[in-house]
Design a binder for this molecule. Structure first.
Ligand code: ZN
Length: 275
């Protein structure tokens, strides 16, 4: 079994400081938080950007600022989000790809969030995939249900995505595949043979499904993008969430990958990191 890659998703688009005072929002706060998580074992940082009002933005200048401050502190793998909440067009959502991060998220199908469409039509997916391919950016293929996984396989067949894929199984989003053990097993069984995968479980199912990710040889994402508390009424920090996954890894005898080791496991080409 490969060493475990822990991804931290510190900010997302939805949480606010009112809900959780630990939430990092500014580039400085995010960089400081990521550095603590890196020291606790995180090898990948999945990043969203916020404007000065704290709202989601696709502005590449903000992404650049966040990445620069992280790079001053550590060599964690930087992954930008191209998700549906921060912009409408492929141009807007892919603006951060001009910065050539090592990785970027690529959702390969539409579904629903609790209050809006997770809008990813084929043309937009192809445009983002092509841009990532041109720039040597490794996509983290985000799967919110089976159809998105099937579409990723189709894109491989059409040579728009390169193998080995890295696939993130996102479960527990209201409006998409629910966070159940059965759903996780079903998606794992549906994966292509030549891929790496991770599990991202939103809300209540987070503890159970991230433990399965550790045990079954997948990788695990955690962070305030995915859940706000482990115990009712007690907001957690990103550091606590990463420490919890690191403790799970230790309990189940799985070593944790450094960023350098994760680059090998994920088949990244380091020369593409221009940040
Ligand atoms: Zn995200």
């Amino acid at each position: 079994m490969d060493k475990l890659i822990i991804t931290v998703a510190p900010t997302g688009n939805v949480p606010t400081k009112e809900i959780n005072p630990h939430l990092p929002i500014t580039p400085d706060e995010i960089a400081e938080d990521i550095y603590c998580c890196y020291q606790a074992g995180a090898a990948v940082a999945h990043l969203h950007a916020r404007n000065q009002a704290g709202e989601p933005t696709a502005d590449p200048l903000v992404f650049a600022e966040v990445a620069k401050r992280i790079r001053e502190k550590c060599d964690i793998i930087i992954q930008f989000s191209t998700g549906a909440r921060a912009g409408k067009t492929a141009e807007e959502r892919g603006a951060c790809l001009e910065l050539a991060p090592e990785m970027a998220s690529l959702t390969t199908g539409s579904s629903n969030f609790s209050n809006m469409v997770n809008y990813n039509p084929p043309e937009l997916i192809k445009e983002l995939a092509q841009k990532m391919k041109q720039k040597g950016i490794k996509p983290e293929v985000e799967i919110f249900d089976l159809s998105a996984l099937e579409y990723a396989k189709y894109l491989v067949k059409k040579e728009m995505l390169k193998t080995p894929l890295h696939i993130n199984l996102v479960l527990g989003v209201p409006g998409s595949a629910g966070g159940s053990v059965r759903n996780l097993f079903f998606l794992i069984e549906s994966l292509p043979t030549d891929c790496t995968w991770s599990v991202t479980s939103i809300g209540r199912s987070h503890r159970q499904l991230s433990a399965l990710g550790v045990v079954l040889g997948g990788h695990v994402r955690t962070g305030l993008e995915d859940l706000n508390e482990l115990e009712a009424g007690k907001p957690v920090s990103n550091l606590q969430l990463v420490q919890r996954v690191a403790a799970l890894a230790e309990a189940y005898g799985r070593e944790i990958a450094t960023p350098a080791e994760a680059r090998v496991i994920l088949d990244l080409t380091t020369e593409t990191d221009n940040l």
